[in-house]
Design a protein around this ligand. Structure first.
Ligand SMILES: *Cc1c(COP(=O)(O)O)cnc(C)c1O
Length: 286
């Protein structure tokens, strides 16, 4: 039997050599949201009619669930606390493509409660960012794929990936024999620690502090700059929200790593369309 190895590229950036797991290239359905939904993807969902979730109006998870629902022939209802007039009139990015996949949306201040109210016995409720126990299975597979590649190439890794809910990093750390490092992109270190312990009480995930405080999704010249520099030097497009904070944190902590670094590309490129528009609108890029 021929062993199928995951796509892992060897890259060099700012003279630093590292490996990159290309989960952005898993297919139309890609990135860490595809890993998180893996459990549901292989499950018989014929007893269900719709999926209900909630979160922000430009979330990568929202888009991924919309695609998942389309693949599975399920309806998708999504609740957000607010939406800008601009986005409603001129739909772009994840929101536009989610609508294209048939997503129906609601605006409600108490979005979690409201979303739960939309559910009946034929509904699947998915947490914001798919941060829930069902997500674990996809990362068990991811850990196995990384192990296969490492063994095949005689490599030892230190793994790095930036966190939102922390679910991807927590579940990967649970199943990998390699050290896993992450950094918070939503909230601070304390907030992320709480999120992690809700998912795995005995987590051995290592948290690195970003070099400075970034508010989630905010526009900052140095975040755009490292995105652009990465694109120009490696030819790989990274996400504009999590990965710039990830790489700035990685480069501020190079002394922590004892093995070759394996960075996980968690997808999210579709979300860049709206984020780039915001940078342009603010006159920060041309
Ligand atoms: C959703 C997302 C994350 C955050 O993943 P968590 O499992 O919530 O920590 C990171 N990067 C990208 C590109 C994402 O879309």
């Amino acid at each position: 039997m021929i062993e199928t190895l995951p796509r892992i590229d060897k890259l060099k950036f700012r003279n630093f050599e590292f490996y990159l797991l290309r989960d952005d290239l898993l297919g139309e359905f890609n990135g860490n949201k595809a890993r998180k939904l893996h459990y549901f993807l292989n499950k018989d969902l014929s007893g269900f009619k719709k999926i209900v979730s909630n979160g922000s109006s430009q979330s990568n998870a929202m888009y991924s669930i919309s695609l998942f629902a389309k693949i599975k022939g399920l309806e998708f209802e999504y609740v957000m606390s607010h939406i800008s007039k601009n986005l409603e009139q001129n739909t772009i990015g994840n929101f536009k493509f989610a609508l294209g996949n048939g997503m129906k949306y609601y605006i409600n201040q108490n979005r979690v409660e409201f979303a739960k109210g939309l559910c009946d016995e034929k509904s699947i409720f998915i947490n914001e960012g798919v941060a829930q126990p069902e997500a674990e299975m996809g990362f068990k597979n991811q850990a196995l794929e990384i192990e296969k590649f490492a063994k095949h190439n005689g490599l030892e890794f230190d793994i790095f990936l930036p966190s939102g809910t922390g679910a991807s990093a927590t579940y990967l750390a649970k199943h990998s024999r390699f050290k896993v490092y992450t950094t918070p992109c939503v909230g601070d270190v304390e907030y992320l620690k709480k999120q992690i312990s809700n998912l795995d009480k005995n987590s051995n995930l290592n948290i690195l502090k970003p070099p400075k405080k970034y508010h989630f999704g905010n526009l900052k010249k140095e975040l755009y700059d490292i995105y652009k520099e990465l694109l120009d030097e490696t030819g790989v497009e990274f996400d504009l929200i999590y990965d710039p904070v990830g790489f700035l944190t990685l480069f501020a902590n190079l002394d922590k790593f004892q093995n070759k670094v394996l960075y996980i590309h968690q997808g999210g490129i579709l979300g860049n369309i709206s984020q780039l528009e915001r940078y342009k609108f603010k006159g920060m890029i041309c």
